[in-house]
Design a protein around this ligand. Structure first.
Ligand SMILES: [Mg+2]
Length: 196
């Protein structure tokens, strides 16, 4: 039997929202000076993902923060392939594009902590069987063929993205090569299956 697809999940604005400004009293826990809110449907989402995929976490937040968030939101029965934080990311310059679509070499560029899948391949995973979920496309721009972009979660209690994402991920579980599947605008396509 073929091994499971590896699903790499981001934390901030994908599974949770951490903010120094309290949004309401329904935060899940406090970490440092942050109030941490779970994205609605998180427990069900993680449970269904764990049935289908091998799961890992990769965030560009500090390693210590990542470890503590994971301890809070993942049930112990879900065994994670790895839990990686910023020390596993690679700072890459994000090129500034001017209004005409040209690279603006004079403009102020900024760094983004990128997630490079070659680090995951070194663990022996097949690049065609890795999915990475991240609300920031710039962080996964070197592996956009593997990437799924959820809408950033900023604490909206009516957010239903994880339910829809579950449907979409379920549709990918039997794919031989996930890079050959169109993943842009997945919300539009799967909103209907969620509503039915
Ligand atoms: Mg994020």
């Amino acid at each position: 039997m073929e091994s499971k697809i590896l699903l790499i999940l981001d934390l901030d604005e994908t599974l949770i929202h951490a903010t120094a400004t309290k949004l309401g009293d329904d935060y899940a826990f406090q970490l440092y000076h942050y109030y941490v809110y779970r994205r609605p449907g998180l427990d069900a989402f993680l449970a269904s993902c764990a049935e289908i995929f091998d799961i890992a976490v990769w965030s560009s937040a500090s390693d210590d923060y990542v470890k503590q968030v994971v301890e809070q939101i993942f049930p112990v029965e879900i065994k994670l392939v790895f839990v990686w934080g910023r020390s596993r990311c690679t700072p890459l310059v994000v090129p500034q594009i001017d209004e005409y679509g040209y690279y603006n070499l004079d403009g102020a560029s900024h760094y983004e902590y990128a997630k490079l899948l070659k680090k995951v391949r070194r663990l022996g995973f097949d690049i065609n069987r890795i999915l990475i979920v991240d609300d920031t496309p710039e962080k996964v721009r070197n592996c956009y063929g593997n990437a799924i972009y959820p809408t950033p979660f900023l604490g909206n209690p009516d957010d239903n993205e994880l339910k829809i994402l579950s449907h979409f991920l379920d549709s990918l579980k039997t794919a031989e090569n996930i890079r050959s599947i169109e993943k842009r605008h997945w919300q539009r396509k799967f909103l209907s299956s969620y509503e039915t």
